[in-house]
Write a protein that binds this ligand. Structure first.
Ligand code: NAD
Ligand code: DAU
Length: 346
């Protein structure tokens, strides 16, 4: 099989590339990545040197993508702007990449007659879920943040291509991933890196928002299964089955690193912060016999260890543009939130 992977230099994409290279010894991979702030070629160390891998730095919206898609059996589409807080600050790149970029990629796949298109989406498209509920693949889409809205829009565009043009596409909606190579703007690597530096851990609101956590290796295995055995036109929820409040995770990280809970620092909440995400993954279990293998405490301990052992990677990602981002969102948080409010509220 020859697979085109978009966003392969990001967190989940790079984990997917490493997993696929190991698992499928005769498959070939074309990786397309624009290398935004979130993309890092270091994530692909050992993979880009492999003769079965071709890496191309390119925007998914570039018309030349069709040449790369030609001859590929499948596309696994990870490329996206992926951080909610950045989407609140400026939604434009989210519209460009997540919506328009996805549509351009769909057109390229149609033109190149690619036989399978996996659109990697998120549980955030369902919006916040009440304490006793779970979103199924049939639940209505109710995105809250500009990021979630852009992913929901891209899902609907992909579905329109399935219906209108017979695009052989599958949509996956996964819960919060954690594991190696995650950019430290996201909750778990941010908490780990702050704790390692002996700096405050910024907890939004009361810290009791709930996410369902899945180790990235489990997500990659589910995607591989869906790529090979999933049914065209279907949507599959992918969940870790591990719901936790943010504050519980932050405390676990401090305990793992032997740091004091005095480092916990409650800060102003994210605007429109979804209280809880929770998926019903019965369909994936029943149709493809998939369940996650990782246990959270062991997965978290391994993740903490990875960041400790990859200090150079962490120092590099936390320099440059990241410092400015951190300054805006944490050091000058009130000012930045007020600016978002001024734009959003009339
Ligand atoms: P990430 O931000 O770590 O990586 C995104 C990658 O896409 C980067 O390498 C970046 O350079 C690349 N990219 C961005 N814009 C591009 C463009 N226009 N053209 C080509 N490449 C571009 O994201 P992630 O956390 O690895 O998420 C990957 C996908 O999985 C996203 O679609 C996201 O919505 C989805 N997802 C993520 C999670 C999660 O918990 N991280 C959960 C569910 C779904
Ligand atoms: O649910 C899947 C989604 O998970 C993916 O689609 C997104 O790409 C990914 O970014 C993630 O979105 P979240 O908003 O859930 O993840 P994030 O890591 O930003 O935040 C997780 C929780 O932690 C959330 O309730 C907000 C909170 N948080 C986050 C940060 C960055 C804090 O309390 N403090 C922080 O500094």
């Amino acid at each position: 099989m020859k697979v085109l992977i978009t966003g392969g230099a990001g967190f989940i994409g790079s984990n997917f590339v490493h997993t696929m290279l190991e698992k499928h010894a005769s498959d070939q991979f074309v990786i397309v990545d624009k290398l935004t702030y979130a993309g890092n070629l270091r994530n692909l160390d050992g993979a880009v040197q492999n003769s079965r891998v071709q890496f191309v730095r390119m925007d998914i919206g570039d018309p030349a993508v069709v040449e790369l898609a030609r001859g590929c059996d499948a596309v696994v589409h990870f490329a996206a702007e992926s951080h909610v807080d950045r989407s609140i600050e400026d939604a434009s790149p989210f519209l460009r990449t997540n919506v328009e970029g996805t549509w351009r990629l769909v057109e390229a796949c149609r033109s190149a007659r690619v036989g399978r298109f996996i659109h990697v989406s998120t549980d955030e498209v369902y919006g916040s879920v009440a304490p006793d509920e779970r979103s199924t693949e049939l639940s209505p889409l109710a995105p809250t943040s500009p990021y979630a809205a852009s992913k929901a829009a891209s899902d609907i565009f992909v579905q329109s291509a399935v219906r209108t043009y017979g695009l052989p596409a599958i949509i996956t909606r996964c819960t919060n991933n954690y594991g190696p190579f995650q950019f430290p703007e996201k909750f778990i690597p941010l908490m780990i890196s702050q704790a390692l530096a002996g700096q405050p851990l910024p907890i939004y609101g009361d810290g009791r928002n709930v996410r369902d956590w899945i180790h990235v290796s489990d997500h990659c295995m589910a995607l591989d299964l869906i790529l090979r055995k999933g049914k065209d036109g279907e949507i599959y929820n992918v969940g870790g089955g591990c719901e936790l409040e943010n504050i519980v995770i932050a405390k676990k990280i401090l305990t793992t690193l032997g740091k004091s809970e005095d480092l916990l620092h409650f800060v102003s909440d994210r605007p429109a912060h979804d209280r809880r995400y929770a998926l019903d993954c019965t369909k994936l279990k029943n149709d493809l016999d998939w369940t996650p293998a990782s246990e959270f405490d062991a997965g978290l301990a391994g993740t903490v260890r990875w960041y400790q052992e990859n200090k150079a990677w962490l120092d590099e990602t936390r320099s440059g543009e990241y410092r400015k981002y951190f300054e805006r969102h944490y050091t000058r948080r009130e000012e930045t939130l007020a600016m978002s409010g001024r734009i959003a509220v009339k």
